[in-house]
Design a protein around this ligand. Structure first.
Ligand code: ADP
Ligand code: MG
Length: 586
């Protein structure tokens, strides 16, 4: 008996489906792309139970006749490709002929379609890849696909689904990206009976529609900080919106890149964006909806449906064009705002001297992944130089430098304390202690603070709302993209913008599965809250400086802020003497 068997068709189809259909949002993405490929001017979507119950997509595209309808469900059945080289000149999203086959393998599917002018439409019904009924359908031009009970026959896969809130957030994000990239198509999204997005095609062309969509997807406050950019070189065009240099955000959640209308993730594009800000970046993150149009032959279109990476054939050109386009626009804005002559020296940065992008080139700090929250930076403070017994010493407060540093005389010289970092450390430990004892002191706010979020951020906030309450934050939803802070831990003080950034950041990080463990979540919220509730450049009174120092002495790690930056360093009297070429300290 041979040991090797050919797998039965239904096993093959489930394996194939696993590669294309990972979660409800992947079904939605495939169905939207099919509707776009069919030339739809309007796509209506209805979702139930976070996509596990039902994903229904209706379009007014060119439709299918009876024979195509049957063929569409087969593997490698496509109307978009016939020879391999065609993929380099494709203008459609799909070409593998795998999506409908895969969705059908793991759901109960209903497919009905009608071509323009046909006397009748046709419908197919089936489940798990088997057709059970073929029916006539009304002669309405377009296609409707309903995928119900997703993963009903692959329970192991169903277990990998995240919570309803995070699946919903992904579904919404999928529609948001499709709507930003396809301005000539109207989108309407209904989730559990409520209309979440309604984006018509407005008269007035590309910019009018892009503005309208960006405003309703990003939320008003992010939208109001955007500027329009546009640039062209031989073989490529770039256009869209990016944040003004003075309207950067704490997170990069609102960054969307599209290549030939496909949403993509690309280190190259992200680096070009950040590099466009030059020295104006200050460690914060721009929002963007950036569209790159390239000849289809100029990048590798053979992307796996689940992967968003693209490969470009001329990386340096693309990098430079994006970077120049952004920096020129920002420079214009900047010079319009200040007296050019007076501040030319300060504000000038070269827009022609853009370094070429290289795979190995160092990522500018802010372009790296979102800053690690509590992994210590490699830059450990020179602890050896800080006297080991500083905690036991009586320190003499000398004063404050640059409203940022506190100077203390110790037995062997000078201790320089970063007041900001020290306050963060002290608050961080106090808060975590209250948290672990289950007694966070909460202070109701007389005037609630508002934060404007994207819809997917809001989903995450709602998902974590109960947990945030245990962390001392009482948060309510006021509108689809508006959250209110009603009470906060008494240890913290937030300004309105600081709270908005805090919540934006939090909603992004809490959505990451690797942050799910309780102690990690606590660290995340503590780190961010401390950072956001402290004002830099504050005058500190001597008593406050001394109290802070006493608190710092008591903290478990007095040497680092929660992000791992040093809180203090030591300058010995001997060092100072050496600088003056003296032979002894005094
Ligand atoms: P692909 O999009 O890669 O060709 P799919 O499995 O997604 O593969 O779809 C198979 C075929 O079914 C498509 O090539 C297209 O001809 C047809 N089809 C799918 N969805 C639609 C739709 N909404 N309107 C018209 N035709 C469609
Ligand atoms: Mg397709």
């Amino acid at each position: 008996m041979p040991e090797i068997k050919v797998l039965p068709e239904d096993v093959v189809s489930k394996i194939a489906a696993g590669e294309v259909i990972e979660r409800p949002a992947s079904v939605l993405k495939e169905l939207i792309e099919n509707s776009l490929d069919a030339g739809a001017s309007k796509i209506e979507m209805e979702i139930k139970k976070a996509g596990r119950g039902l994903i229904r997509v209706h379009d007014d595209g060119r439709g299918m006749d009876r024979e195509d309808l049957r063929l569409a469900l087969g593997r490698h059945a496509t109307s978009k490709l016939s020879a391999f080289d065609d993929i380099y000149s494709l203008a459609t999203f799909g070409f593998r002929g795998e999506a409908l086959y895969s969705v059908f393998a793991v759901s109960r599917l209903k497919l009905s379609s009608c071509r323009a002018g046909a006397a009748s439409g046709f419908a197919l019904e089936g489940e798990g890849g088997h057709v059970t009924a073929e029916l006539p359908a009304p002669p309405v031009k377009g296609t409707t696909i309903e995928a119900a009970d997703l993963f009903f026959n692959t329970p192991a896969r169903a277990k990998f689904m995240k919570s309803d809130n995070s699946e919903r957030a992904q579904l919404i994000k999928t529609v948001e990206e499709a709507a930003l990239a396809n301005l000539g198509t109207a989108f309407r999204l209904v989730i559990d009976g409520a209309e979440l997005l309604s984006l018509p095609v407005l008269p007035g062309g590309l910019w009018e529609n892009l503005k309208h969509r960006a405003a309703s997807i990003f939320g008003r406050s992010v939208y109001s900080g955007l500027v329009r950019v546009e640039g062209k070189t031989a073989g490529m065009a770039v256009y869209g919106f990016v944040s003004r240099a003075d309207a950067l955000a704490a997170t990069r959640i609102n960054q969307h890149f599209f290549v030939n209308r496909r949403p993509v993730g690309s280190a190259l594009l992200r680096q070009a964006l950040y590099r466009g800000y030059g020295h104006m970046l200050t460690g914060r993150h721009p929002a963007c909806a950036l569209f790159i149009e390239l000849d289809p032959g100029a990048f590798d279109a053979n992307i796996h449906p689940q992967k968003r990476d693209v490969k470009f054939s001329s990386e340096n050109e693309i990098f430079k064009t994006i970077c120049n386009t952004i920096s020129e626009e920002l420079l214009k804005k900047q010079t319009a705002a200040v007296d050019l002559a007076a501040s030319a020296a300060e504000n000038k940065f070269s827009i022609t001297d853009v370094p070429a992008y290289r795979e190995s080139s160092a990522v500018p700090p802010a372009a790296a992944e979102a800053p690690g929250l509590f992994d210590l930076t490699s830059a450990a403070p020179e602890q050896a130089a800080v006297p080991a017994d500083w905690r036991g010493q009586d320190l003499n407060y000398i004063g404050q430098l640059a409203k940022s540093y506190l100077l203390f005389e110790c037995q062997s010289g000078l201790l320089v304390v970063d007041q900001h970092a020290a306050q963060e450390r002290v608050l961080f430990e106090k808060y975590l202690e209250e948290f672990s004892k289950g007694g966070i002191k909460v202070q109701p706010l007389l005037v609630p603070l508002e934060a404007e979020l994207s819809r997917s951020q809001m989903e995450t906030v709602l998902k974590w709302r109960d947990w945030m309450k245990t962390a001392g934050f009482e948060i309510d939803q006021r509108g689809p993209t508006e959250a209110l802070l009603r009470a906060a831990p008494a240890l913290f003080y937030f300004t309105q913008p600081a709270f908005a950034e805090f919540l934006g950041y939090l909603s992004e990080v809490l959505g990451e599965p690797q942050k799910a463990a309780e102690d990690i979540k606590r660290n995340v919220i503590a780190t961010m809250a401390c950072k956001k509730s402290i004002k830099a450049h504050d005058f500190v009174k001597p008593q406050e400086a001394l109290r802070l120092m006493e608190d710092l002495k008591k903290s478990k790690d007095g040497y680092h802020c929660p992000h791992g930056r040093p809180t203090l360093f030591h300058l010995s009297a001997a060092d100072i003497a050496r600088r003056f070429q003296r032979s002894s300290a005094v």
